[in-house]
Ligand binder design. Structure first.
Ligand code: SF4
Ligand code: SF4
Ligand code: SF4
Length: 336
């Protein structure tokens, strides 16, 4: 394999979109294969964990990890990748901040298994059989990974060097990552630990609708879901009664959803100064919501604008729940 860089790609609780986005890096993919040998990529080729473990500590130059940590196997993979790779990249929202799988944290593991193995209309499981981590069989045992209490982001388990946000990361950010790898192949040092390949400013900063964000000062009496109305493509969504998380989300995606006349759902994660983007966005939307002459209404009617938000947790924490300060303070609080 000569002097080429060694590259490992691993997925955990993921949908496969991140792996596809790597393949979508157009002609640059050819430059990447010139500069680096893929030594591990179980989604793409028939690799087993033992192939990764066969490498010594730090012998792989770059490890790209996509997906959140949901099972004991994901955690073990993360630890092996961290040990074997000089530079570990959290690739995509699931690895970076927990992402969509993190919404599983709204339910206990038991209640999730109840739905999957007992409650759905198509389930036929008269003995209520559940997956076991160890099942003795024919003198040996079958083993399955353990379902962990909560979904976590990669950085909750191991140190991360570089983060590439997005669900999946869009092409310009994928090309940034490839450029970093090509630079390392040419002798450049790895970027500083903690580098995020995106903007440090909020998405609003690059949004073409920013000038209309605080225009009227009018209170918003009802929060709509995107399919309930055709949004004015020139005006900030917040002004139209559509929750948009651009004000609490890191820029760098090119305002892709906004350009398609859809509000931002926060896949790039929080800006560096925000501890809890969902809470920040909820607070901002609450300050815009209200009724004209609301003093004339009883309290329960004054709350109606915020009550009109369907699925508050799924709206404000769609990608960030595992990393949210409010959530982690519940699960990571020291035992008394
Ligand atoms: S970040 Fe998005 S595209 Fe990537 S694995 Fe997670 S859900 Fe899939
Ligand atoms: S809240 Fe959304 S629509 Fe409004 S300026 Fe920010 S990103 Fe653009
Ligand atoms: S607009 Fe928001 S949800 Fe859409 S790609 Fe950008 S950061 Fe992600």
């Amino acid at each position: 394999m000569g002097d080429k860089l060694k590259l490992a790609v691993n997925w955990a609780a993921a949908c496969g979109g991140c792996d596809v986005s790597l393949l979508d890096s157009e002609a640059t993919l050819l430059d990447l294969t010139e500069a680096a040998d893929v030594v591990y990529w179980p989604v793409a080729m028939d690799y087993k964990r033992a192939d990764l473990e066969a490498w010594g500590p730090g012998e792989i130059d770059v490890g790209i990890f996509n997906g959140a940590i949901r099972t004991s196997e994901h955690e073990a993979d993360a630890r092996v990748m961290r040990e074997r790779c000089k530079v570990l990249v959290a690739y995509g929202s699931c690895a970076a901040i927990g992402g969509i799988p993190g919404l599983g944290n709204l339910c206990s593991p038991t209640s999730i298994l109840d739905v999957v193995y007992r409650d759905t209309a198509s389930t036929d499981n008269p003995d209520d059989t559940r997956p076991q981590t160890r099942t003795p069989r024919d003198g040996g045992a079958l083993e399955l990974p353990a379902f962990q209490p909560t979904v976590r982001a990669l950085h909750h388990v191991v140190d991360v060097d570089i983060t590439v946000p997005g669900c999946p990361p869009p092409l310009p950010r994928v090309l940034d990552a490839v450029e970093v790898i090509l630079g390392m192949a040419a002798g450049a040092p790895a970027p500083p630990i903690g580098t995020v390949l995106a903007s440090d400013k909020a998405l609003c900063d690059e949004c073409p609708r920013i000038d209309t964000r605080t225009g009227t000062g009018r209170r918003v009496p009802h929060q709509h879901r995107p399919h309930e109305m055709v949004a004015d493509p020139e005006r900030c969504f917040l002004e139209q009664g559509l929750v948009c998380l651009g004000l609490a989300t890191r820029g760098g995606c090119g305002a892709t959803c906004i350009e398609a006349n859809m509000p931002c759902r926060g896949c790039f994660g929080p800006t560096p100064t925000l501890l809890d983007p969902g809470a920040e966005a909820l607070s901002a939307v609450a300050s815009l919501s209200g009724l004209d002459h609301e003093d004339e209404f009883p309290t329960h009617k004054r709350l109606a604008p915020m009550r009109s938000i369907v699925d508050v947790a799924g709206t404000f924490y769609r990608f960030t729940l595992p990393s949210a300060t409010l959530f982690r303070s519940l699960f990571d609080a020291p035992e008394k």
